[in-house]
Design a protein around this ligand. Structure first.
Ligand SMILES: Cc1cc2nc3c(=O)[nH]c(=O)nc-3n(C[C@H](O)[C@H](O)[C@H](O)COP(=O)(O)OP(=O)(O)OC[C@H]3O[C@@H](n4cnc5c(N)ncnc54)[C@H](O)[C@@H]3O)c2cc1C
Length: 384
């Protein structure tokens, strides 16, 4: 190949974070970003609290692809899906049949919403919101309706529930687990959050498995079992994400839960990198903003020629449920230990400690969120 050219697949936070970091280190190296979507820049975390911020979906787009292209001095090709990666010729084959060479390739292709396996004639009408286009669609569907059912009492489900309830919608949250944020909070924390969200009118249907979703006139019927069912005007699914691995897998790149990389964000091929929601870095799939920020910095340095291992400090996540402020830093699931919980009317402070008393995670709710800055430095790094 005559000229070095870095190709980034994906224009989400991960793709743009890498492009920015690369530009800081090298003003001239050619960078091409290929995106299956509009290619503009927006903050995805805002999607679950748009109504509370009073924003319109259109105003969520900070800059469109043309503006980003001139800001970063990169080529951006929106609505350009990559179909095939050919490692041997170092090219990517686009949907339109064109191929494009790369010297280094960055996979920032994100994750797909998980779909529950349900019966019923309305299953295909269940919405999910994982990007700005999805949000436009969802926002339009909210016009003139009252009652919304959300599958999933995790982070995203609770955030949407809070946002919709404050905006005046009747909200149901349905989950198979016994409490909201089951993977992030001890029981007392889940109860505290549930009570605060219930106080603004959110109705929880926990320990509940939905069997069918059927259309009944202009509404939907969610059938839990023979005796239990609810109806709603719209059904939103927020039961988690699955890293997009198919493109890499088809190219013979090692995948597991995500696209597998080492600490240099390098796949088995030294010229192909991955980060963001699609990546599994040293065994960790971390679909959040802060890991992207750290990974992008290290990846850009490595690509430019200064191999840099990513380090993740503690990275607490703020839960955007204004009815119950919360911040969580879940422990690594391999660590054996237990929660020490201090709960009262004002809040919950839960510290996850191993048998030797070392702190590995926390969950702070209500007034206890004030302690975040004092406790965070006591945590071990997520990746040392
Ligand atoms: C509603 C919501 C709220 C959230 N809130 C928070 C929060 O409060 N805090 C936090 O830390 N995290 C939050 N997150 C998670 C965070 O937003 C994500 O971790 C992050 O945005 C992922 O960025 P990404 O670039 O990896 O993926 P994406 O944003 O999904 O981008 C993937 C890109 O790849 C493109 N693409 C995919 N396949 C191809 C292909 N074959 N060819 C070309 N292009 C392709 C897509 O078009 C897209 O541009 C939230 C997520 C959601 C959905």
């Amino acid at each position: 190949m005559s000229q070095r050219s870095i190709v980034i697949i994906g224009s989400g936070l991960a793709g743009y974070a890498v492009a920015r970091e690369l530009r800081k280190l090298n003003g001239g190296i050619p960078i091409t970003m290929l995106s299956a979507d509009h290619g503009g820049f927006y903050s995805k975390p805002m999607l679950s609290n748009v109504l509370a911020t009073g924003k319109t979906p259109a105003s969520l787009l900070n800059s469109d692809a043309a503006q980003m292209s001139s800001q970063l001095n990169i080529t951006i090709r929106p609505y350009t899906r990559v179909n095939i990666i050919d490692q041997s010729s170092r090219t990517v084959l686009l949907e339109n049949g064109e191929d494009l060479s790369y010297s280094q390739l960055v996979l920032a292709v994100g994750a797909d919403p998980i779909r529950l396996s349900l019966a019923g004639d309305a299953v295909d009408e269940i919405l999910s919101v994982n990007d700005l286009n999805d949000y436009h669609h969802f926002h339009k569907a909210l016009v003139g309706i009252k009652e919304i059912a959300i599958f999933g009492a995790g982070l995203i489900g609770c955030e949407f529930a809070n946002d919709l309830a404050v905006a005046g919608y009747q909200v149901h949250v349905i989950d198979v687990s016994a409490q909201p944020l089951g993977r992030l909070l001890p029981e007392e924390g889940g109860k505290y959050l549930q009570d605060r969200l219930a106080a603004i009118g959110i109705r929880f249907h926990l320990n509940t498995k939905t069997q069918r979703v059927e259309r009944i006139g202009s509404r939907y019927r969610l059938i839990f079992d023979e005796d239990r069912m609810i109806e709603a005007d719209l059904v939103l699914s927020a039961v988690g994400l699955r890293p997009r691995i198919k493109l890499a897998e088809a190219a013979g790149i090692h995948v597991n839960r995500g696209v597998v990389t080492n600490r240099y964000l390098q796949t088995g091929n030294a010229n192909i990198f991955a980060l963001g929601d699609c990546a599994e870095v040293e065994g960790k799939v971390l679909p959040f903003v802060l890991p992207i920020t750290h990974a992008a910095r290290a990846l850009a340095a490595t690509v430019i020629g200064a191999p840099t291992a990513v380090r993740y400090p503690p990275m607490p996540v703020l839960v955007k449920t204004p009815a119950c402020p919360a911040v969580v830093s879940p422990p690594d699931p391999v660590v054996l230990g237990e929660w020490q919980v201090d709960a009262n009317q004002e809040g919950v402070k839960a510290l996850f400690q191993d048998q030797a008393g070392n702190l590995h995670g926390f969950a702070l709710l209500g007034a206890a969120t004030k302690e975040k800055n004092a406790i965070t430095p006591l945590l071990p790094p997520v990746l040392a």
